[in-house]
Design a binder for this molecule. Structure first.
Ligand code: PHE
Length: 345
């Protein structure tokens, strides 16, 4: 009796071809479910005599394997066919956009500056943002009572023997000292980095900003090398025809010292509010490395001379992209940052 039933079910299973997942589920419940046919057949099997047990045990097991195999095969087919049929796929829907990042304007400017100076044979160097008095001030020829050491400018962190000693660097000139102390001339490097000054935050001032320092030390380096290098730099950065002028200035670590202006990149000369109607904008401080600085770093100032310069990256970016509020650089407002997407380098 069981054999006849099993033959019938076997035929049913072999012929079964579900149209969808619901029919397959009905099949599973009917044959393999906890109250299904196979469960029932095994219940019946318990009651048969020992002779039949031997033959039907095998038949029953094979039947169960058949049902399992059929179910698994159909399940897999249905899963792949619903995928490939793409029943739920609407090709007319708009695609998912993916957000493209953009470089920060200061990174764009830094990379461009680095590129220009690399072509002139300058290497890139970096130094720590937390500095000691020696590297930030003393080695750079700042007299002990120089006002730049004042609490108003410098964020001091730690005293040493009663003296303010550790501070956030106020300029990247400290990296010049580190470089010269640890190497031998010639030096030809630019040093980009973040610097800190104790200023109230406004559109025109911030407690941190970024500089790029330049240093060139070798035998026979002269002020005309300084002028020509910076002239070339400005032509590359702002375009041929950009004018430069040097005004005498003072820095403790350079002698003579100058500030360099360029013709206003916004109005080209006649005057606008970027150049305060002068036609010129200051972009950097520079000068010949003071012999005292060379000696402080263990370099023979009779044999070697050098020039140095330092510029604010925010200023360079302002002139390139006409950004009028310094705070925009550090607010991370994507509406601001997104505008530089096409400028990716
Ligand atoms: N360190 C100076 C500043 O922060 C800039 C500078 C660097 C000037 C190198 C001369 C030479 O203003």
């Amino acid at each position: 009796m069981m054999q006849a039933q099993i033959d019938q079910y076997t035929a049913e299973i072999n012929a079964f071809s579900p149209a969808n997942a619901d029919e397959l589920e009905a099949f599973r419940i009917k044959f393999l479910g906890t109250k299904g046919i196979i469960k029932d057949l095994f219940e019946q099997f318990k009651t048969v005599g020992p002779e039949e047990k031997r033959t039907f045990g095998k038949v029953l097991n094979e039947f169960k394997q058949l049902a399992d195999a059929k179910y698994n095969e159909l399940k897999e087919n249905i899963a792949t066919s619903t995928q490939s049929k793409g029943n739920d796929l609407d090709l007319t829907l708009p695609g998912d956009g993916f957000a493209v990042g953009s470089r920060h304007p200061l990174s764009l400017v830094r990379n461009e500056i680095i590129d220009i100076f690399k072509r002139l044979g300058f290497v890139v160097a970096e130094g720590p943002e937390i500095e000691d008095d020696w590297h930030n001030f003393s080695a750079l020829n700042f007299p002990d009572e120089h006002p730049a050491r004042d609490m108003q400018d410098t964020f001091f962190i730690k005293k040493n023997n009663g003296k303010d000693d550790i501070a956030l660097r106020t300029h990247t000139s400290s990296v010049q000292v580190r470089m010269m102390e640890h190497g031998k001339p010639p030096f030809r490097a630019i040093m980009p980095g973040r610097v800190y000054r104790n200023e109230a935050i406004s559109a025109r001032a911030h407690c941190f900003f970024h500089q790029v320092e330049g240093l060139y030390v070798d035998e026979n380096v002269s002020f005309s090398d300084l002028k020509q290098t910076l002239y070339h730099f400005v032509q590359e950065l702002y375009g041929e025809g950009t004018k430069v002028r040097f005004r005498p200035s003072y820095f403790p670590f350079t002698e003579p010292s100058a500030e360099m202006d360029i013709s206003c990149t916004i109005c080209g000369g006649p005057g606008c509010n970027m150049c305060k109607y002068t036609g010129w904008v200051e972009i950097l401080g520079c000068g010949m490395v003071d012999p005292n600085v060379l000696e402080n770093c263990g370099i023979d100032s009779k044999k070697y001379t050098g020039f140095a310069f330092g510029m604010g990256m925010e200023r360079i970016a302002n002139l390139k992209y006409v950004i009028r509020d310094l705070r925009l650089f550090s607010e991370n407002d994507v509406r601001f940052l997104k505008q530089f997407q096409t400028e990716m380098l």
